[in-house]
Design a protein around this ligand. Structure first.
Ligand SMILES: Cc1cc2nc3c(=O)[nH]c(=O)nc-3n(C[C@H](O)[C@H](O)[C@H](O)COP(=O)(O)OP(=O)(O)OC[C@H]3O[C@@H](n4cnc5c(N)ncnc54)[C@H](O)[C@@H]3O)c2cc1C
Length: 301
């Protein structure tokens, strides 16, 4: 006799979308495995101020603590297993779906919900920053704490939206942010242009080179020549994000994974599904819907 799948549902990613899927699935008594590469709510834990999530949540870490309580509660019922591992690929079959992990293990379930969100772009993902030699990883601005940036000049590569969020979340931090941005980012600078902590530097190109002890030198210019050089500051990225798509998912031209183009047993939810609607409460609704879709298909009355 052929053995059945390992579990009813696998959820990949423990952000708000993945945890909502888990809560819905466990509430329906589906046996569920949650696969998370780092930590529950790893992105939310770095969001200093939240004002648009029902439930009067005001910070990301508060919300993460609540999501962790949900996970613990369902682990205690015996319906949920939390597995710390990085998923590599997903495959749909007529009777089940299969998840392969980076360590080579394979897990099977009747359905898989993929909620891996997005990942921060790096300088090598852009067309305006050059790195002639390999450079150390540069952290994204939105993960920086006030202590990381207080009382020193920080070079911010790119003017994506988290800049305004970071400044609003830390109104009393005496930071000095030199924000190097290409013409395509100019429209995003309006909300920060009056903040005295920000110096906006429009550029068309930048070069980042490694120095000793993990430091880097940043030089940048526009059509008139060189306009910026700094070798002693902290450097962070603020270049936007890209979908953290697993191999095997169908992707659109922008790299995102439209839910309606996936195998019927593979449910894409949250930020991974498209560049728009990237919000916490939308992700939670999506996650719940992904688990319900899996449930109704196998329990249709
Ligand atoms: C700076 C900043 C501020 C924001 N502020 C707000 C706000 O105020 N209000 C709001 O509504 N939204 C805000 N957002 C957007 C919000 O964070 C996202 O919409 C939301 O987190 C998306 O949830 P998700 O579950 O789809 O993905 P994520 O929260 O990104 O979770 C994805 C999870 O999947 C895991 N993962 C990724 N790849 C793998 C893999 N291969 N294997 C296993 N696990 C994997 C990750 O570690 C992560 O835990 C903000 C975002 C940023 C960056």
């Amino acid at each position: 006799m052929t053995p059945g799948p390992d579990t009813d549902l696998i959820v990949v990613g423990a952000g708000p979308a993945g945890v909502a899927a888990v809560v819905m699935a466990c509430g329906l008594h589906l046996s569920t495995i949650l696969v998370e590469a780092t930590a529950v709510g790893s992105k939310l834990s770095a969001i200093g101020a939240v004002n648009n999530v029902p439930g009067a949540w005001t910070t990301g870490p508060e919300l993460v603590a609540a999501l962790e309580r949900d996970i613990t509660r369902h682990q205690h019922t015996g319906r949920l297993t939390l597995l710390t591992a990085r998923a590599r690929s997903v495959t749909g079959h007529p009777t089940h779906a299969e998840l392969t992990l980076h360590d080579g293990r394979t897990l099977t379930a009747r359905d898989i919900v993929v909620a891996t969100g997005t990942t921060a772009l790096t300088p090598t993902d852009t067309d305006w920053i050059t790195t002639p030699q390999p450079i150390p990883p540069l952290p994204p601005l939105w993960r920086a704490t006030p202590a990381d940036l207080t009382n020193r000049t920080t070079v911010v590569l790119g003017a994506d939206r988290p800049l305004g969020t970071w400044l609003r979340a830390h109104p009393d931090t005496p930071a000095r942010l030199d924000v190097l941005h290409p013409p395509a980012d100019a429209y995003k600078t309006t909300e920060v242009q009056d903040d005295p902590r920000v110096r906006l530097v429009p550029v068309t190109r930048a070069v980042v080179e490694p120095l000793a002890e993990g430091r880097v030198r940043v030089t940048a210019g526009d059509r008139s020549g060189s306009v910026y050089e700094r070798a002693d500051g902290v450097v962070v990225t603020n270049l936007g994000s890209a979908p953290a798509a697993l191999e095997g998912l169908h992707r659109g031209p922008d790299g995102y994974c439209p839910p309606d183009r996936q195998h019927p047993r593979v449910h894409v939810v949250g930020d991974l599904k498209g560049a728009r609607m990237q919000r916490i409460s939308v992700a939670m609704g999506d996650g719940s819907r992904g688990a319900l879709n899996a449930y109704y298909r196998d329990h249709a009355g």
